[in-house]
Design a protein around this ligand. Structure first.
Ligand code: GLA
Length: 369
């Protein structure tokens, strides 16, 4: 016991002593849950001063401070000021880890190996972001590791309707060249489906709206949706549509254009089919904010990315400092399998079989120019 305790403390100190590691990790208590358990916070700082704060509840990235072109640090993610506010907000998923299935499953059901599984209905007739008690509402087992934090949870067989005991481990790490890396792994004891993501809301200016952010998405096609935001199954070329972000374009340029897909999404809330050449990390999207010079590049090994312009924020949700969060206050780039893949045999499969390992990485790389 004593040596265990000692090695834990030593590991933390080692990571925090300047000179022994460029990235430091500090653990603190964030809040208590009603059952008395502790929600921990991990502050991860790199040699350049970039700082990420992650809490064990929902694995939420509560703040991320990155330099602008003058070197000034600013927080580029939306969030809340307290655990109570995170817990009271059931609709935005600010900064959280999403699972077991990020995004929508049409009709809140799917069939696997001949058996149909029913999921909680929480978005029209569909199941969104893992159901009522998704991974965003769990207090993960969390510990400091080199350059970041490791979060683990076990999702029981049948939890939120999904088959198989799923063991999930997610690590957030910071690099000295200003990248935040999220590595997700999972294994199961019954064939199941998995699609994990992070639901950060980015605003590289740190205030105002994101209509003037320059967005590039590395995709020739997107998946158009029906009225319930479920993909129709078509992979539609972006060419000649407001969904063409192959060259840097602001969301504001076309978001109010008369377009059936934009109307259905109340703006951009769609999955782009990423152009991919291999299996490793490839560029999914780039966001450049002209006034601060901050640029974020998203690299992933996933087949899709949901580009969402905060369309459901309507001022009733308060963000940091109690400020009302309105439509277009931020944008999300959720790397993922395409929505409703379990019901779309033509989409890349989101199935995880017994004996396989789900293993995926997304990196958010920051710079300023
Ligand atoms: C995702 C969905 C949106 C919305 C947000 C959370 O981005 O695609 O429709 O549900 O999550 O508010």
């Amino acid at each position: 016991m004593r040596s265990l305790l000692f090695s834990g403390v030593a590991a933390l100190l080692l990571a925090a002593v300047p000179g022994t590691a460029a990235v430091t990790v500090k653990k603190s208590d964030y809040a208590k849950l009603p059952d008395g358990s502790t929600v921990s916070q991990f502050t991860v700082t790199n040699a350049k001063g970039m700082e990420a704060k992650i809490i064990s509840w929902g694995g939420v990235l509560v703040s991320l401070k990155t330099p602008d072109r003058t070197g000034k640090l600013g927080d580029v993610v939306l969030g809340h000021d307290s655990l109570a506010d995170y817990r009271a907000d059931t609709g935005t998923y600010f900064g959280a880890l999403i699972g077991r299935y990020a995004n929508r499953i049409g009709g809140a059901k799917f069939t696997l190996d001949g058996k149909t599984y029913k999921l909680p209905v929480n978005d029209n007739a569909n199941s969104l972001h893992g159901g009522i008690l998704g991974f965003d509402k769990r207090n993960w087992a969390a510990r400091a590791v080199a350059n970041g934090v490791e979060l683990a949870l076990t999702s029981k067989d049948g939890e939120e309707g999904y088959p198989g005991t799923l063991k999930v481990v997610v690590t957030y790490t910071l690099t000295d060249d200003n990248a935040l890396r999220i590595h997700y792994t999972a294994t199961t004891d019954k064939n199941t489906i998995v699609n994990l993501s992070n639901h950060s809301y980015w605003n590289l200016k740190g205030e105002g709206d994101v209509l003037g952010h320059l967005v590039t998405i590395n995709a020739d096609k997107f998946t158009p949706v029906d009225g319930g935001l479920i993909p129709t199954g078509e992979l539609k070329p972006v060419d000649g549509t407001p969904f063409d972000f192959r060259k840097p374009t602001t969301p504001g340029a076309r978001i109010n254009q008369a377009d059936e897909q934009l109307t259905r999404g109340k703006g951009y809330d769609h999955n782009w089919v990423l152009n991919r050449t291999g299996k490793g990390l490839e560029l999914a999207a780039r966001v450049a904010e002209p006034t601060t010079g901050r640029t974020m590049e998203v690299f992933t090994d996933q087949p899709g990315v949901q580009f969402y312009t905060g369309n459901f924020l309507n001022g009733s949700v308060k963000g940091k400092g109690g400020k009302p969060m309105n439509q277009r206050t931020a944008l999300c780039l959720e790397t993922q399998h395409y929505p409703d893949s379990p019901n779309k045999p033509s989409f890349p499969s989101a199935e995880l079989k017994v004996g396989e390992k789900y293993d995926t990485t997304t990196e958010f790389r920051f710079s300023a120019r």
